[in-house]
Design a protein around this ligand. Structure first.
Ligand SMILES: Cc1cc2nc3c(=O)[nH]c(=O)nc-3n(C[C@H](O)[C@H](O)[C@H](O)COP(=O)(O)OP(=O)(O)OC[C@H]3O[C@@H](n4cnc5c(N)ncnc54)[C@H](O)[C@@H]3O)c2cc1C
Length: 686
């Protein structure tokens, strides 16, 4: 019988491991000098090739190089001393990596790396929610409120186990310390979300010795409880909407026979699957082995202006970055804290037996579909999830205080989204004055979720409103993670609302320490965290002077239709006393939008009153999130609205509205005299 692919793979790995051991034992390792610098314990590429060929491991020098590269890239056996080169048949120096030099997986007695499967077993493990927090050092001496990280992952199916194996491996070993010198870093990064990961990888990539400390799950909000799971659920929701929208389908000449159903459990399983697939990118192993970052899984706490403590070790830094992100805040509503505590109860046998009071940190743990969900908050997170869940068959009511949705965006544009959501079936109550009470009714619904009763006071109503539901999603605002880190010891100024205080170069009040990402910025987006991190690397390591104020950050709300904006809004311009003009082009006049039956929405340019300089723009409509980047590029490259008229767009595309807006601008440039002359020329040509 021929071996299965797995057996064959295992045999191949064993042979290579054997080869790796021999290779390491036979190669000459010693200190070597290059341009006055001594590189400790190194071997030379061409000498290694000599060995591989003379020992018969490789038939030719070319084959030896390929083999060496496999040992370097796939087995992370060694690396170039400055991590700049692949293994080659030349005089470059390489050094072997020790097993947990930059942190590593724990191993059992047989040398196999530990996985969450080893601890959780089956099938019991599947029913227990896991709270990883209690195993963290220091947790017992800090009050709960002082530590906030996502700490619940459920269910523990194969996907969530893979996720955890990647982003919070069980028993991850701190980087090996041979002497105190090993604990001195060029850069210590606290928090392993987008901001921290990019800061750490970028710094290590330019040769710095970097420690990255993550208290819970590498990838932070974006991977685990933010962008990735929310966009995945939105994908299913939009598919469901398309096939369920019979009028729309009938108009397009399509009839769906039979009943379309949504398998909610499957939808949520796909969310977990996609998240686990992507989690490899942010994994502890990839960051330590491939990207050269020393990983600590633990809670970071400053002990002085130049030291951080983690897992009982004191790390010394030349520079540090605080990238601890933020967390969703609960509302002051009588009864909420008590029910929320029950919802978090890690002793509960199944997820279903808990009251479903959730934030973005737990909503993706849902497996059963709630019947009625109240979403508190009409901002980006609230609306995206409210629409998605409604489209997946949950009856959703959105609550807010301000009378409108998406308060950051222009009100009329937000209304386009709201109207679509009303058509989808979402109920809005946007003038709540007082959240009076939330309580359990004692009834348990068919899905296993306890029923809750929410009492609130709406503006203009004499009687309070009573809502019954089996799920509450709180998306009413976020607060920065600034407590429990002893920022005082580091002399870093902060407050609980704005987070860590930074100057325009992202430096805190301690000039060695930088702030990056959600913890110190109004722009709470992954791409903003990414570009802030790049600025921090340049400023901290290369005496750069990158300014936060010079980052042009666009953003999108991924409802349908989408809203996307960049630059200044009308209110900003008025506040700054800048005279401006507005140019708008509607999708109802766009051929592609008409063909696609997606005519809701428009683009709005805010342009300097005297020139065609674009000061800001917003788009509401299908594909707005993609389209806004063209405007961003124009603004960044100082391309005026008039010049956009000359950009040839493929026909028919919705992005033509951008070019057409340029035409609108150019028309206003034609003075009466110019118009007369042009008409004269045209007449002459007839
Ligand atoms: C539901 C939702 C959907 C979103 N969708 C989008 C989107 O579509 N597009 C977009 O651009 N943005 C989106 N965002 C925003 C995006 O997720 C954040 O802007 C981004 O994650 C910020 O990254 P960060 O690194 O600053 O913080 P985080 O991702 O919050 O990471 C901070 C990390 O620090 C760790 N930490 C905290 N304190 C300590 C400590 N003392 N020691 C060690 N570690 C610590 C935490 O465990 C966490 O992992 C969404 C957010 C949510 C909630």
């Amino acid at each position: 019988m021929s071996p299965t692919p797995t057996q064959a793979h295992d045999e191949m790995s064993d042979t290579l491991l054997e080869l790796a051991k021999e290779f390491q034992a036979q190669i000459e390792i010693k200190d070597r000098k290059y341009r006055l610098k001594t590189y400790k314990d190194t071997f030379v590429g061409s000498e290694a090739v000599d060995y591989l060929v003379s020992s018969g491991k490789a038939a030719t020098r070319t084959e030896a190089v390929s083999l060496g590269q496999v040992l370097q890239v796939n087995f992370h056996l060694f690396e170039h001393v400055t991590r700049d080169h692949d293994f080659a048949d030349d005089g470059l120096f390489f050094r072997f990596l020790t097993d947990n030099e930059r942190g590593g997986l724990s191993r059992d007695e047989s040398g196999n790396s530990l996985r969450w499967q080893n601890f959780l077993g089956t099938p019991d493990g599947l029913t227990n929610q896991i709270g990883l927090q209690p195993s963290f050092p220091k947790n017992d001496i800090l009050p709960d409120k002082d530590q906030h990280v996502v700490n619940q992952v459920w269910p523990l199916d194969e996907y969530n186990r893979t996720l955890l194996n990647n982003v919070h491996p069980p028993g991850w070993r701190d980087p090996a310390v041979a002497s105190d010198k090993d604990l001195y870093y060029d850069m210590v990064v606290i928090g392993g979300g987008t901001a921290g990961l990019i800061t750490a990888a970028g710094s290590a990539g330019v040769g710095a010795k970097v420690a990255l400390i993550e208290a819970h799950m590498l990838g932070g909000d974006c991977l685990n409880v933010g962008c990735v799971p929310s966009k995945t659920i939105i994908h299913s929701a939009n598919l469901a909407h398309q096939v369920q929208n019979q009028t729309h389908l009938a108009e397009a000449g399509i009839a769906v026979e039979g009943h379309v159903t949504v398998d909610f459990e499957k939808v949520m399983e796909r969310v977990r699957k996609i998240r686990s697939t992507i989690s490899h990118h942010d994994s502890a192993e990839r960051y330590s082995k491939e990207l050269g970052v020393e990983i600590y899984i633990g809670w970071a706490m400053f002990t002085s202006e130049r030291t951080v403590e983690v897992n009982g070790k004191t790390l010394h830094f030349k520079k540090a970055a605080i990238a601890t992100g933020g967390y969703p805040v609960l509302l002051p509503m009588p009864g909420l804290q008590e029910i929320y505590k029950k919802a978090q109860d890690s002793g509960a046998v199944t997820n279903e037996s808990r009251p479903q009071v959730m934030t973005n940190e737990t909503v993706f743990n849902l497996t059963k579909r709630p019947e009625n969900m109240v979403v508190i908050g009409a901002g980006v997170i609230g609306l995206e999830l409210a629409q998605a869940l409604q489209r997946l068959g949950v009856g959703v009511t959105v609550l807010g205080r301000s009378g409108r949705v998406l308060p950051k965006e222009d009100e009329d544009m937000g209304l386009v989204v709201k109207n679509q959501m009303i058509q989808d079936g979402v109920d809005f109550r946007l003038t709540v004055q007082d959240y009076k009470k939330i309580e359990l009714t004692g009834k348990v619904l068919e899905n296993g979720y306890p029923e809750m009763k929410l009492t609130l006071q709406e503006k203009g109503n004499y009687e309070p409103t009573v809502l019954y539901c089996d799920a509450v999603l709180i998306a009413a605002g976020r607060a920065p993670n600034v407590s429990g880190m002893n920022l005082e010891a580091a002399k870093v100024q902060f407050d609980n609302k704005m987070g860590v205080h930074v100057n325009d170069n992202l430096q805190t009040s301690n000039k060695r320490i930088y702030g990056v990402g959600d913890v110190c910025s109004d722009f709470k987006f992954t791409h903003a965290a990414d570009f802030m991190a790049r600025a921090v690397i340049r400023n901290a390591l290369f005496f750069g002077k990158e300014k936060m104020s010079e980052l042009l950050i666009s953003y999108a709300t991924f409802t349908s239709p989408e809203i996307a904006s960049v630059g200044l809004y009308e209110d900003d311009l008025k506040a700054k006393n800048i005279a401006f003009r507005v140019f708008e082009k509607h999708f109802k006049d766009n051929d592609r939008a008409i063909a696609d039956d997606a005519t809701d929405g428009w683009v709005r340019f805010r342009v300097d009153a005297k020139t065609d300089k674009i000061l800001g723009a917003s788009i509401v409509g299908v594909g707005a999130g993609n389209m806004i980047s063209e405007v961003t590029l124009a603004m960044q490259s100082s391309t005026g609205l008039g010049s956009l008229a000359n950009v040839i767009h493929p026909y028919p595309t919705t992005a033509e509205v951008l070019r057409q807006s340029g035409d609108l601008y150019n028309k206003t440039k034609l003075t009466m005299t110019a118009k007369k002359i042009l008409r004269g020329v045209v007449k002459l040509q007839r």
